[in-house]
Design a protein around this ligand. Structure first.
Ligand SMILES: [Zn+2]
Length: 300
């Protein structure tokens, strides 16, 4: 790939910014209404970018063209430094020396390396594009001759916060989904249990009818195999003579009843497990909701 500008062959390169000492000098007065020096513009942009005041138009990157933003950025810097916010500077004035010292002081901090993304970007810079860097690392964007690259601090902040909240939101939505599913499952188990209870009641009623007695609650305390014992009790204490046929019928109903009761017990166990899961998941959901709200608050 070609270097960032062919002009480097025809101009004496102005010494690039040194990494540790940002020595900013101006060749000419720097103001929006004046014919400014191209290299002054680059130097101002580079320093203001490093300090987080200036971000270039991403299609052009840092150029020697004096766009409106560089003067706005300078004004903001002057204001923060307690200087007259004129958006202008002169060689050797207080703004220039403050800019030098502040940019020189800023020796560390994370940023994302941005390039214009066209074919003229140096291969080595194209490789750095979009990567997380520290201001302590060499090279700096814009440091090498005619480099149009810049440091993106805003993108970094947004990216980090966005990722955090997204993670929380995904967790929150997943838990919401789980709570909905568990609630549905719990409700259907309750319905099923009610159905089994009704079915069991009906079977006991049928068994009672077959035996010709109304109050045989103790029928439930005996295993169905021992209905013969019940039959014997009924004969002894109530004088009920129960035909073998009736006994067989009652046995049949009670056999079904015990099967239903067993099923119901299994469903009850499942219901308890689902309820415990539901309570646990609802608690997690509540915690995640809080974290998500905090995250979104901090984003604003
Ligand atoms: Zn570059």
């Amino acid at each position: 790939m070609r270097p960032e500008s062919v002009s480097r062959r025809f101009f004496m390169p102005i010494p690039p910014f040194k990494r540790t000492i940002m020595d900013i000098t101006l060749n000419k007065p720097f103001a929006a209404n004046m014919a400014v020096d191209e290299f002054d513009v680059r130097r101002m942009k580079k320093a203001l970018n490093r300090l987080g005041y200036y971000s270039p138009y991403e299609k052009t990157g840092i150029t020697g063209i004096p766009d409106k933003d560089v003067f706005t950025a300078l004004k903001a810097f002057q204001k923060d430094q307690g200087l007259q916010p004129t958006g202008t500077a002169r060689p050797g004035d207080e703004t220039v020396s403050k800019l030098s010292s502040e940019a020189g002081k800023k020796k560390s901090g994370k940023y994302i390396w941005r390039t214009v993304g066209d074919g003229k970007v140096r291969d080595s810079h194209a490789k750095l594009s979009g990567t997380l860097r520290d201001l302590a690392n060499s090279p700096d964007p814009g440091e090498e001759f005619n480099c149009r690259c810049w440091a993106d601090f805003k993108g970094l902040k947004l990216d980090v916060l966005k990722t955090d909240c997204d993670e929380e939101r995904e967790k929150y939505e997943e838990l919401q989904h789980q709570v909905r599913e568990l609630t549905e499952r719990f409700n259907s188990l309750l319905l099923y249990l009610q159905k089994l209870v009704d079915e069991g009641k009906g079977l006991v009623l049928s068994a009672q009818k077959s035996l010709g007695v109304q109050t045989v609650s103790y029928i439930l305390t005996l295993p169905f195999e021992r209905l013969d014992v019940l039959s014997e009790l009924l004969r002894r204490y109530f004088g009920n003579i129960i035909s073998n046929e009736s006994l067989k019928a009652a046995e049949h109903f009670m056999k079904q009843f015990w099967a239903v009761k067993q099923k119901a017990q299994h469903v009850k166990d499942q219901r308890d497990i689902v309820l415990a899961q539901l309570e646990q998941t609802a608690k997690k959901l509540e915690e995640t909701k809080k974290r998500l709200e905090e995250c979104e608050k901090s984003k604003k």
